[in-house]
Design a protein around this ligand. Structure first.
Ligand code: SF4
Length: 222
């Protein structure tokens, strides 16, 4: 039996693809935001967690070394946890790495898979949330970076615009509303969605690769 959370909770990788326009079914994230993750059935996973951890950790450590060689003070993983309580929900996530140098803080996520615009959106959300949540960075200018195995995508300071904040706020309000968000079933999205037909009768087709451990990236983002 699905159990309601005491208050809405949103993990950042549940929203970056929606904000980037790569996914459209907000109901999946609304359900996760409002119901305890251990209270409902999920589609079985064939995601290779061990392989992902190994490759991700290797790229993260290589990136840390590079930042340290360039003179940055570096924080990684759980040193960077965000728990930003907003008006409607808690927004939570863990940037892979934050590097400090001079008056600049670089917020980094490393990705071992195919590049995608939603990766930059994920880092933009981290930049927005860190500025509000973590006083360690209040005197720094925040930049972002997505690090892939063969190139980086840099996100300049000032990229968190009023328009971006407004879109994120609107999405957070829809995901934390008592009124369920819109379902947009499609073979492409349902194939990667962990919600079973028990909770979503509109599911189309069979799941392909599903993993909803919130400490992992969205399945298509590795
Ligand atoms: S199964 Fe499909 S329609 Fe249902 S929540 Fe997931 S993506 Fe949306």
């Amino acid at each position: 039996m699905s159990k309601r959370r005491e208050s809405p909770y949103v993990w950042i990788t549940w929203v970056n693809r929606l904000l980037a326009g790569e996914d459209y079914c907000e109901w999946s994230s609304w359900f996760k935001a409002n119901y305890e993750g251990n209270s409902y059935k999920k589609e079985p996973s064939n995601f290779d967690t061990a392989k992902w951890h190994m490759e991700h950790t290797a790229l993260l450590l290589k990136t840390r070394q590079k930042f340290e060689d360039d003179g940055y003070e570096v924080f990684i993983q759980n040193q960077n946890r965000i728990r930003l309580q907003g008006q409607t929900a808690m927004l939570s996530g863990i940037p892979d790495l934050i590097g400090l140098s001079g008056s600049t803080a670089v917020v980094v996520d490393v990705k071992t898979g195919q590049p995608s615009p939603s990766h930059s959106t994920q880092v933009l959300i981290y930049m927005y949330a860190l500025e509000k949540y973590d006083s360690r960075f209040s005197d720094f200018s925040l930049e972002g970076r997505v690090v892939y195995s063969d190139h980086d995508v840099c996100i300049p300071a000032g990229s968190v615009t009023e328009n971006f904040i407004s879109n994120l706020g609107g999405l957070m309000r829809r995901l934390s509303s008592d009124v369920p968000a819109v379902k947009v079933p499609s073979e492409q999205e349902c194939a990667f969605c962990p919600i079973t037909i028990e909770d979503c009768q509109e599911r189309i087709g069979s799941p392909q690769v599903v993993d909803e451990d919130e400490n992992l990236p969205a399945t298509r983002d590795f």
